[in-house]
Design a protein around this ligand. Structure first.
Ligand SMILES: [Zn+2]
Length: 573
């Protein structure tokens, strides 16, 4: 994994910044500020750059994809063409990440401030901005932000009046004599947002949007846009307000981690969402016809290795990199070696079987003793590295994989209960859901064309050297993250069944397993075995489950064993 190996060379740990470097940062800032305050006169038009769900200071995929430094480059290029650029951020940035465990998102505020100095940045908070139960870190983040925090369907009650008042509700800015109205909506806790006593959210965001749009129309807005952190289906509902409000042209959204696009129609506004960590961003160019009617053109931009990282931003990234290594010099230490590249990219772990997900889930089953539990799974939203783990595995790979605490529970439930519970992992439309599970001890086949909560076509467990459907009446021992046990990500774990207290933390089990392999001179992980998939998603090339001839349910040395053993002690930490 190598975001860390790449552009940070400008600020190697312990190497003081030279005067020259400081000067160049200062000059970069001066140029940026000048661009920022430039009036629209002479602008060749208005462009929005939309990003969302950015957790990392640096790029991902070995430094080859995404990163706000590449966003800065794109913005500057558009400005050089004379465009009036505004940056939209669809939320989720303060948490979770390795750095946020140290600085509570201060590093991301610094990064977004940098972008805001280049072009005005408007942000709607995502659910992760409310990850903390108490408001002090949010207070610090808002106070530290030079960019604007927006929102029309919520109010803060943080106890800090300046912060509560800093949230901008629907407003209009001018471009070349045209009025542009922006409103913003966040996710209510009933839909999966965080429930916090320092924020009050109006659940009827559609009514809020309608009122705000009507107010914009009264003020003569020429173009109206929505900035949201909602589920895609909620954005789709919202987009239909265009039928009544023709100036409502597009929604820049967040929450989903892979690109989303709905084309604009006469009756529906366009929807754009980028990929997490700015792997994919959107450019929305605005134009007005002779009658003043707005039009937009949207361009999806993949931020790959061909787009350079902005120099000033690289300095910022190097600064945070040096701080991180100053705190934790051991992060770069090798703890083991990956036998093959282990794929922890969100595009993989949130949609399909991943060999990094398999390795992690396999460690869960022995969390409560050497005798492995029958079944285990983890929501892919708990796996945050968004990168390959390859070659030398470092502490940092483990730290980045687990952005949250990862305590586990052990419980005993029936096969029927387990299968019903797993349906939650396949709900919703579209790709890349954080509730999509990585699994161990069973194989599962899913058909998304079926009705929600009835999508599992087959869930099989090994028995007598073959696979067979899970026994609805038998008891199974299951290990799950405590987050899911508590009802996180919509999994409903049956109550009143035997369950342990929270036990081992998965982060350390994974570390342990890698170090144990290293001690024995072994490498960890393996390629996915196409003859023995753990997860099959029907559709496209595959029409029925388990088409390939069964070869082996478990290989020698696997942790399979007969079922229905006596229930072991419930607390095995
Ligand atoms: Zn979100």
């Amino acid at each position: 994994m190598g975001a860390r190996k790449q552009p940070y060379t400008a600020g190697l740990p312990g190497q003081p910044m030279t005067r020259l470097k400081l000067l160049s940062v200062f000059l970069a800032c001066l140029t940026a500020c000048a661009a920022n305050t430039k009036e629209d006169t002479g602008s060749t038009g208005l462009t929005f750059i939309h990003i969302n769900d950015t957790y990392r200071i640096g790029a991902v995929e070995s430094g080859n994809a995404g990163g706000l430094g590449r966003v800065a480059t794109i913005v500057r290029e558009l400005q050089e063409q004379g465009r009036d650029v505004r940056i939209l951020h669809g939320g989720d940035f303060l948490y979770p990440s390795l750095e946020s465990q140290l600085w509570n998102g201060e590093q991301m505020v610094d990064a977004l401030n940098y972008l805001d100095d280049i072009a005005p940045l408007y942000l709607v908070p995502g659910n992760h901005e409310f990850d903390r139960r108490t408001p002090e870190h949010l207070i610090n983040a808002v106070r530290g932000s030079r960019f604007d925090w927006l929102g029309d369907n919520y109010q803060l009650q943080t106890g800090a009046d300046d912060v509560d008042a800093a949230i901008r509700s629907g407003f209009i800015f001018e471009h070349d004599g045209r009025k542009i109205g922006i409103f913003a909506l966040i996710l209510h806790f009933e839909y999966g947002g965080n429930e916090r006593d320092y924020v009050t959210t109006d659940i009827d965001h559609l009514a809020v949007a309608k009122r705000t749009i009507e107010a914009f129309e009264t003020q003569g807005a020429d173009l109206i846009i929505g900035l949201t952190h909602l589920h895609l289906w909620q954005d789709a509902e919202l987009a239909r307000l265009k039928a009544e409000h023709p100036a409502f042209m597009f929604i820049g959204g967040g929450h989903e981690h892979e690109p989303q696009f709905a084309a604009p129609t006469m009756r529906s506004a366009a929807i754009v969402k980028g990929a997490s960590n700015a792997r994919v961003i959107w450019q929305i160019d605005v134009r007005f016809d002779d009658n003043g009617r707005p039009g937009i053109s949207t361009t999806k931009i993949e931020l790959d290795q061909w787009i350079e990282t902005d120099e000033g931003y690289a300095e910022l990234a190097a600064k945070w990199r040096a701080r991180l290594l100053d705190k934790f010099p051991f992060l770069v230490a090798r703890v083991g070696v990956a036998a093959v590249p282990l794929d922890g990219r969100e595009e993989t772990v949130r949609n399909t079987e991943s060999n990094w997900g398999n390795f992690v889930a396999d460690q869960m089953r022995t969390a409560f003793g050497d005798e492995p539990a029958d079944l285990a799974f983890i929501n892919s939203g708990s796996l945050r590295i968004d990168d390959f783990v390859s070659g030398d595995i470092t502490f940092e790979d483990i730290g980045r994989t687990f952005g949250f605490s990862s305590y586990l529970r052990y419980l005993t439930i029936t096969g029927a209960e387990f299968k019903a519970m797993m349906e939650a992992g396949y709900r919703g439309e579209g790709r890349s859901k954080g509730h999509f599970p990585q699994v161990s001890g069973f194989r599962i086949c899913v058909d998304h064309s079926r009705a929600e909560m009835h999508r599992i076509v087959s869930l099989q467990v090994p028995a007598n050297e073959e696979w067979q459907e899970i026994d609805a009446d038998a008891d199974y021992e299951v290990v799950v993250p405590d987050f899911l046990y508590q009802g996180g990500d919509g999994y409903e774990i049956p109550r009143g069944r035997p369950a342990s207290k929270t036990g081992s933390e998965l982060k350390y089990l994974v570390l342990d397993a890698i170090m144990a392999a290293q001690a024995q001179g072994k490498q960890v992980g393996e390629k996915l075995d196409p003859a023995n998939p753990r997860i099959e998603i029907l559709g496209q090339q595959r029409e029925s489950c388990w088409q390939k001839k069964w070869t082996r349910p478990m290989k020698k040395g696997d942790r399979g064993r007969p079922f229905c053993l006596p229930i072991p002690s419930m607390i095995r930490t």
